[in-house]
Write a protein that binds this ligand. Structure first.
Ligand code: DON
Length: 306
């Protein structure tokens, strides 16, 4: 199979639709991004990465960071993490608060914002938010084999300034005594992890361990255990696109995680990782062109996991 040809063909077929969807503007720093950006990168176990378009340009990975934080938090705390966060799809938007009251401050899953704040709380783990985020950045730099991976300070500031909803979620959980660290420490870490800037190429390469049972096939670095890796992928499939997860599984058939910066990370177990970026979103906060690109790649490769 000529993967570069598939990536080039997918890009060419969709290029006329650059700019579709609506750029997120509830975080002011994201509203300034050029809606015409479009990048695709596919990484395989032999160390090759096939790229098209703006695949080399860093963008705000936003909620895609929740996957890496989950891997680190699980490694720190093991299954005790699941006492504080569930593993069921919510069927609600990513920043919804409605289930939190009925379910006594335990978010449905680690990918909705409330659940991710709990996961970040477990990454912070009695340390400062700087130390926790340094650990996350170091992991991503190592896995992407690129020290350019960084947190964009302007996006982090903008997230914090526009962070009323996330503050509400965090303080509401605090009212049920569900957080281990001071709320503002956890939020400072959460806002910074969302502001991580990676290119499609860096993201696909950094996530390769998820497609290969927790071990990076290129560096042989063990990031997490096989069992944990499979469970992270299961959560990406069932919850990775919030109230759009069923549709993404139906149309694309890859494990995936979206971010409101317009990135989507797709994991195809035992085959590859694919990162796409196009800032225009659908109503659930998933990149519209990105999801179409992944659907085409699934069709052309025959790699749907179903
Ligand atoms: O906390 C937020 O609302 C954003 N920093 C991240 C949300 C997000 O990326 C949802 N994904 N599609």
């Amino acid at each position: 199979m000529n993967l570069q040809h598939i990536i080039d063909e997918t890009f060419a077929e969709l290029e006329p639709r650059r700019g579709c969807g609506a750029v997120a503007d509830y975080i002011p720093a994201l509203a300034n991004v050029d809606p015409g950006k479009f990048g695709v990168a596919l990484a395989t176990k032999d160390g090759a990465t096939y790229c098209a378009g703006d695949a080399g340009e860093a963008f705000s990975i936003q909620s895609i960071s929740k996957v890496f934080v989950l891997a680190l938090a699980l490694d720190r705390h093991g299954p005790r993490l699941w006492d504080r966060v569930g593993r069921e799809p919510s069927g609600d938007p990513f920043n919804s608060i409605v289930q939190l009251e009925r379910e006594k401050g335990i978010p449905r899953n680690p990918f909705i914002n409330a659940g991710a704040i709990v996961t970040t709380d477990h990454l912070v783990d009695d340390r400062s938010h700087d130390v926790a985020i340094d650990e996350l950045v170091a992991l991503l730099r190592k896995m992407a084999r690129d020290d350019a991976v960084h947190v964009d300070p302007e996006v982090a500031r903008s997230e914090s300034k526009a962070g009323a909803r996330n503050r509400s979620l965090a303080y509401f959980m605090e009212s049920f005594d569900r957080l281990r660290n001071p709320v503002e420490t956890v939020l400072a870490a959460y806002f910074r992890q969302c502001a991580l800037a990676l290119s499609c190429k860096q993201l696909a390469e950094a996530a390769l361990f998820l497609a290969f049972d927790g071990t990076d096939p290129v560096t042989r670095e063990v990031v997490t255990s096989t069992a944990r890796c499979r469970r992270i992928n299961a959560l990406m499939l069932t919850c990775g696109h919030y109230d759009n997860s069923g549709e993404f599984a139906f149309e694309v058939g890859f494990c995936g995680k979206s971010g409101v910066g317009g990135g989507i990370l797709a994991v195809v177990p035992n085959k590859a990782t694919i990162a796409v970026w196009s800032p225009g979103l659908n109503e659930a906060g998933t990149s519209e062109l990105g999801a179409l690109a992944l659907r085409k790649i699934a069709e052309k490769t025959g790699w749907s996991i179903f």
